[in-house]
Design a protein around this ligand. Structure first.
Ligand code: TYM
Length: 341
């Protein structure tokens, strides 16, 4: 099955993506993924998931009540950022049990060496005393997420590229062992914003786990204007005055990238606007652009969170819709391997 359209479904490409509800989403999550989900949703058939089961791969960090609350909160952020629940299916991974069930089948076809080679596995286990086996088999669950929904495109930031490629490899391996079942997906990485760096360390990717330890690292989507100002005004740059993207240091490039990704104009126009000024002016301008972008998201978010019953009903409808495709694909998998009723 080459594409979702070839599977007999509507002609629009099927999109699937997800985010872990480990904390409030940050600017990297927004610019690397969420903003592009919103922009592309009208031409596509979309499924967006809050991947709560993936959070359990580091069980020491889990507070059960908080995890449940954060799953809702991340779903509300998807909607607040502009995901339209009439056009896009939004659901929580654990509400569709087919994901966990299919992940077992992928665990069984995933060669150990493929899982051990994953950059994220190496990074997340580095220096950790106790490593749960879920951290190793994490990509098998991610493959289940993507492949159960007959996905053509997976819009993600650059750090998830390797996982999407592994998903495709697992699908091909499954086909080789048991016959054709899946649509083969491809990662879609944005040209700008695919890798937003930490404001306190422009050599390291902005990440939720680092942000928890270091206050100046990230801007979160629910930060107040003051918090945004504090983080961006203290962003690491250098001692020069170079504001042309090609020649600038990593910290300045990161600030220009954030500005351009939110503003949408080409980089030369951004450079022309800031030409002849200093890094202080650049930072002030980036603060304005970020605060202006976050303000409407935050007001929609608070309105959605004020009506928990409506949000829960929306997630229940999303899970029901997601289950239709997921259960059909799981049935095809089970038939192929010889299990199931
Ligand atoms: P997660 O939750 O770490 O990140 C969610 C999305 O945000 C992107 N991202 C970034 N983009 C640019 N710059 C950054 N600094 C940055 N940090 C994060 C990520 O690339 C991602 O697109 N394994 C996934 C979740 C997942 C998933 C899936 C994704 C589970 N199943 C199926 C797609 C399809 C993850 O941990 O993303």
């Amino acid at each position: 099955m080459e594409t979702h359209a070839a599977a007999g479904a509507p002609q629009r490409p099927r999109v699937f993506s997800g985010m872990q509800p480990t904390s409030v989403l940050h600017l990297g999550n927004y610019l690397g993924a969420l903003k592009h989900w919103v922009a592309g949703q009208h031409e596509r058939d979309n499924v967006f998931c809050v991947v709560d089961l993936h959070v359990l791969t580091i069980p020491e960090a889990v507070d059960p009540a908080e995890l449940r609350a954060r799953s809702r909160s991340v779903a509300a952020l998807y909607l607040a950022a502009g995901i339209d629940p009439e056009r896009s299916t939004v659901f929580v991974q654990s509400h569709v049990p087919e994901h966990a069930e299919a992940s077992w089948l992928f665990n069984c076809v995933a060669p150990l060496g493929w899982l051990q080679r994953m950059t994220q596995f190496k990074a997340k286990t580095h220096g950790r005393e106790s490593i749960g086996s879920g951290l190793l088999t994490y990509p098998a669950l991610m493959a289940a997420d993507i492949l159960l929904h007959d996905t053509d495109e997976v819009p993600v930031g650059e750090d998830q590229m390797q996982h999407v490629e592994l998903t495709r490899d697992l699908a091909v391996r499954f086909h080789h062992l048991f016959g054709e079942v899946f649509v083969l997906p491809r990662a879609v990485i944005p040209t700008a914003g695919a890798r937003i760096m930490g404001f306190d360390d422009p050599e390291a990717k902005m990440s939720k786990s680092t942000a928890e330890e270091r206050p100046g690292h990230a801007v979160f989507l629910l930060d107040t204007p003051d918090a945004v100002r504090k983080t961006i005004m203290s962003a690491v740059t250098d001692s020069g005055r170079e504001l042309r993207f090609e020649h600038a240091s990593a910290g300045v490039r990161n600030l220009l990238t954030v500005w351009q990704s939110l503003d949408g104009r080409p980089m030369p126009e951004i450079e022309a606007e800031i030409a002849g000024r200093g890094y202080g002016d650049l930072k002030k301008r980036v603060v304005e652009v970020v605060v202006d972008a976050l303000e409407p998201i935050q007001s929609r978010y608070h309105a959605l969170m004020d009506d928990q019953a409506e949000l829960d009903a929306l997630l229940a409808r999303g899970a029901e819709r997601a289950r239709e495709t997921a259960s059909r694909t799981l049935a095809r998998m089970q038939a192929a391997v010889g299990v199931g009723a």
